[in-house]
Design a protein. Sequence first.
Length: 128
Amino acid sequence: MIEFHLDSRSGVPPYMQLVQQVRQALRLGVLQEGDRLPTVKDVAARVAINPNTVLKAYRELEHEGLVAPKPGVGTFVTRTLSDDSIAAHEPLRKDLRLWLAKARAAGMDEESIKALFLTTFLTDDEEQ
């Protein structure tokens, strides 16, 4: 089951953060076809947002064909975004954990690590 969280400093609207988290969970294989998403009420209570915001996120996911509501039962994943590259994730995750440990040992805090990653990611994306 996915556990949602919101970052009020990200500049990304809350509903879109929920959508991105579901997409990421689908891409990483955390959510599979047939899995049930948390109820709107549960998500709203857990992350302290308006239930309409959660509904907007779930409608967006439905529009993308990733989930489907079943009235009275819940919202279910209808397709996944993972592919054969998922097998390569674990070695990469291990390397990333080592890199994160080095960054922390060098005195970087979470915000600095995120900034470094994002600037590197965006710069690398532009160069290719």
